[in-house]
Design a protein around this ligand. Structure first.
Ligand code: 4GM
Length: 250
């Protein structure tokens, strides 16, 4: 997969894209990042990329010209991927969205700044606006890195172990169960005995129950419509009985 990033702060990306798992994925040829600086595309004398908003008001607006020209350069001939603008008014990024984007051949992530981008640039060269959450950042760069990371780790071979992309939060529909590693006792706190006993069916049951409890406590809406095996259903019914009983007690 190819991911191109359009930004006026290209230097922000190397430390994130070239480190750790994303760096290795590039070395292995599984993913190619290209960071494109918008500023050289500006036709203004001083290569400005922003100007005052028509109609007045505080802040600056990113001009359409450099963005549209940079986008056309990034697309080249016969572009067939998806062009995404990171913005607080976009649809919220989800695991499902990341899975959808991971199936694309090519993505272009456009990072905005100031008070936003001239609407005509959005109309001309954006397929979709995406937000990483209901909060405002100083620029779209960190949001683009979040999206790039969430998509990259779903590309086959990037994580090495295919299972790890599968088993965690959101792929199962539930939040993750607690994990433990050596030592068995840390500051007097013991690892749950079931994890040390080697009964894999019981370990799976325990993990499901833990996931369920933590999800019911923190994100109960995720439990709606969950698909379960018979075995999981039995655990679910028991946990829910305890849960509702406890609530009734208070
Ligand atoms: C305002 C308009 C994305 C601010 C457009 C970008 C948050 C997100 C910006 C913009 C951003 C987000 C830049 N802040 N929630 N800041 O994904 O591009």
């Amino acid at each position: 997969m190819k991911i191109k990033i359009l930004t006026i702060f290209p230097e922000m990306f190397a430390p994130v894209l070239n480190a750790s798992i994303l760096g290795r994925a590039q070395d292995k040829g599984l993913i190619a990042f290209e960071v494109i600086d918008i500023r050289p595309f500006s036709q203004r004398k001083h290569k400005n990329t922003d100007d005052d908003p028509f109609g007045g008001g505080a802040g600056m607006v990113m001009m359409a010209q450099p963005v549209v020209d940079a986008m056309r350069y990034a697309m080249g001939e016969g572009f067939s991927g998806r062009r995404i603008y990171l913005s607080p008014r976009g649809q919220t990024q989800t695991q499902r969205k990341a899975e959808e984007l991971a199936r694309e051949e090519e993505l272009i992530l456009l990072c905005g700044h100031y008070e936003g981008l001239d609407q005509r640039a959005i109309d001309l060269c954006v397929d979709e606006e995406l937000s990483v959450g209901d909060y405002v950042l100083t620029g779209g760069e960190l949001a683009a890195m979040v999206v790039a990371d969430a998509v990259a780790r779903l590309i086959p071979g990037v994580l090495g172990c295919e299972e790890s992309a599968q088993t965690e939060s959101f792929s199962s529909g539930l939040l993750e169960y607690p994990q433990y590693t050596r030592p068995r006792v840390f500051e007097g706190l013991e690892v749950p005995a079931v994890l040390l006993e080697g009964n894999h069916a019981l370990i799976e049951d325990w993990r499901f129950e833990q996931s369920l409890r933590i999800t019911l406590a923190r994100r109960p809406e995720l439990v709606q419509g969950l698909e379960m095996s018979k075995r999981q259903r039995r655990i679910y019914d028991r946990v829910l009985r305890e849960w509702t009983q406890q609530k009734g007690d208070v």
